[in-house]
Design a protein around this ligand. Structure first.
Ligand SMILES: Nc1ncnc2c1ncn2[C@@H]1O[C@H](COP(=O)(O)OP(=O)(O)OP(=O)(O)O)[C@@H](O)[C@H]1O
Ligand SMILES: [Mg+2]
Length: 575
């Protein structure tokens, strides 16, 4: 039914519009039907049927595919850029009403109709939508690079992130917009989020932007080294390494990638500061009261005190519930986060350099507390213009800013504040997550640039649709089918979502997948590197370390050594 109506429209429309084009399309069976299908030289099709300023259909005479950018004259004057949304192939000989007609030459009546969506007229000035529709019978051409770039808004940018999918057109995003107005990278696991994020970070570092990266899995240390895998010549990319310093909030000996320890100022901590570093679910209000009391007592005697002094003071209390708090405070002490020299905020945001806070092995709730305090310090310092402007990158953001109802984290408020106010103070935000539905919507909605890679989970797709203006079912389908390494970029600066083949990284990618299933090379012989792989798998799947037991203090003889406490907090070392 659908097919024959379209054909009728085409047949009706065509003879009414005599024009000078020549017929060069044998597939459309022009001569046999007494109708001349006339196409302009170099065109890929002819507009048919009813058109409107936002869309038109055209009969394809040469190869075009879904997503192809095409151009046609809107009102006979300016070129309009449009994109093929869908293509339908039909054959009138096979239409339901004609199936009994055995005498037909079946192959000769095939035609392909493309449905194109108008993007706009970009030409000389500002982009606008044409006021009048394209004319049926007019030719359609493949759009040229200049028109595509100008109309889509790709000509304004300077950060090279890849090539427009299906084209050799460089996609360059505007660095200032991306940093100031925040950015999110969302996709399912393994689709290339960290890779793409790092491509953007490389470009930012080259533009002397200061970066602070919260890195739960230790993937960004490899940005120091240059990449050796990728199609560098096609993308015209020159591998190189960057100025990256890796910090560990834990013990240096436990993290071989770390260049320096990350430390907070451990002197004269307020009760509020200490309580922020203690997991709230295991600290009762009575215990927090104890902490406030202990610190007040110390302050009445001295101006300068350490975390150890606080522990001693809590031990002196007569409360029976003090041992749980002491256990928490001792874990904090053994972590070393409050010992030694404080890491100055200005060291963490330096132009053209990246500071990576490698959280490998730190308990999740402690990670969120570290992020909370660190970002609060950074934001305060930035407000007072004490440190450079820059960008904070939060990997695995669902852990640090969980959506209401999916969890809680101490870091949520400060990340929200940066998302809402950071722009005014020169502090940008990039959030990366494999679970869009589980990331705080308030933060995502503040991200002006959204990089979306493959997403298939229906809840995540729904969350994306809610946060994106102009999300259509076609776009949703496209997101489900994006191959690894292909990103959809949605931004206020770009007229409509574009798909990009992300360029190869210049620096080495650190987030390689760990092989789980080992194929034996020969029977009875372990595959090379098997032991290393198994170690890696075991450490990746290690059980979460037990929480500090509450309620009673262990007897002196059983008291855990510093090393075992460290192990408790860190878990086993990652391979
Ligand atoms: N543009 C690209 N070019 C080449 N390889 C890529 C590209 N994007 C991703 N890859 C490869 O795909 C794999 C997965 O990428 P990546 O580590 O970025 O995934 P991810 O989405 O961050 O996964 P996870 O959720 O597990 O962190 C990597 O091994 C990487 O080498
Ligand atoms: Mg990743």
């Amino acid at each position: 039914m659908h097919i024959s109506i379209k054909l009728a429209v085409f047949e009706l429309a065509y003879p009414l519009r005599p024009n000078p084009f020549i017929c060069d399309d044998i597939n459309n069976d022009c001569s046999k039907r007494g109708i001349k299908i006339i196409t302009a030289k170099g065109s890929v099709g002819t507009i048919v049927g009813e058109t409107n300023p936002l869309s038109f259909k055209f009969l394809i005479n040469k190869e075009v595919g879904r997503g192809t950018y095409i151009k046609a004259k809107a009102d006979g004057r300016e070129w309009t850029l449009a994109q093929v949304d869908d293509i339908k192939r039909s054959n009138s000989a096979y239409s339901v009403s004609q199936l009994n007609d055995a005498a037909r030459n079946y192959d000769s009546r095939e035609m392909m109709i493309a449905e194109a969506r108008v993007i706009g007229v970009g030409g000389a000035g500002k982009l606008h939508l044409p006021t009048s529709p394209a004319r049926p019978g007019d030719p359609v051409f493949i759009a040229d690079e200049k028109l595509i770039k100008a109309t889509l808004g790709l000509a304004k940018g300077d950060m090279y992130v890849g090539m427009l999918r299906g084209y050799d057109i460089r996609v360059e995003l505007d660095a200032n917009t991306l940093v100031q107005k925040h950015c999110s990278v969302l996709a399912k696991t393994g689709s290339g989020k960290s890779y793409t994020a790092a491509v953007i970070l490389e470009e930012l570092l080259e533009r002397k932007v200061a970066l602070l990266i919260i890195d739960p899995h230790g993937e960004y240390a490899s940005m120091k080294e240059s990449n050796s895998v990728g199609d560098f010549s096609r993308y015209r990319v020159k591998p190189r390494g960057y100025d990256v310093t890796v910090y560990t909030p834990g013990e240096m000996a436990m993290n071989p990638r770390a260049d320096r320890p990350f430390r907070f100022n451990g002197l004269n901590l307020s009760a509020r500061e200490v309580s922020r570093m203690i997991p709230h679910e295991s600290a009762s209000s009575g215990q927090l009261g104890l902490l406030y009391e202990a610190i007040a007592a110390i302050r009445s005697e001295t101006d300068s005190y350490t975390l150890e002094d606080i522990i001693e003071q809590v031990v002196r209390s007569n409360s029976k519930s003090k041992w749980n708090l002491v256990g928490q405070l001792e874990s904090l002490l053994d972590l070393g986060l409050f010992s030694g020299t404080e890491t100055p905020a200005e060291e963490l945001l330096r132009p053209g350099r990246a500071a990576v806070i490698d959280m490998t092995g730190i308990l999740p709730e402690l990670q969120a507390m570290i992020v909370s305090r660190l970002l609060t310090d950074i934001f305060e310092a930035r407000k007072r213009r004490l440190i450079s402007p820059g960008m904070v990158v939060v990997e695995e953001a669902h852990n640090y800013i969980p959506e209401r109802g999916t969890g809680t984290a101490a870091s949520t408020n400060i990340v929200r504040t940066i998302a809402a106010e950071g722009r005014k103070f020169g502090l940008g935000l990039m959030v990366i997550s494999q679970r869009p539905a589980r990331v705080d919507k308030n933060v995502i909605s503040q991200c002006n640039t959204q990089i979306i890679m493959r997403v298939t989970n229906p809840n995540d797709l729904k969350a994306l649709s809610k946060g994106l203006e102009g999300m259509t079912t076609e776009l949703e389908e496209e997101i489900k089918r994006l191959p690894a390494g292909v990103a959809m970029v949605v931004s206020n600066e770009i007229e409509r979502p574009i798909t990009v083949n992300v360029r190869p990284r210049k620096s080495r990618h650190g987030g390689v997948s760990t092989q789980i299933v080992i194929k034996e090379k020969a029977a009875g012989k372990p595959a090379p590197g098997r032991m290393a792989t198994e170690r890696a798998v075991m450490s990746k799947t290690r059980a979460a370390p037990a929480k500090v037991p509450g309620g009673h203090r262990p007897p002196a003889a059983e008291k855990k050594s510093a090393a075992s406490l460290l192990k408790k907090v860190f878990g086993a070392r990652r391979a």
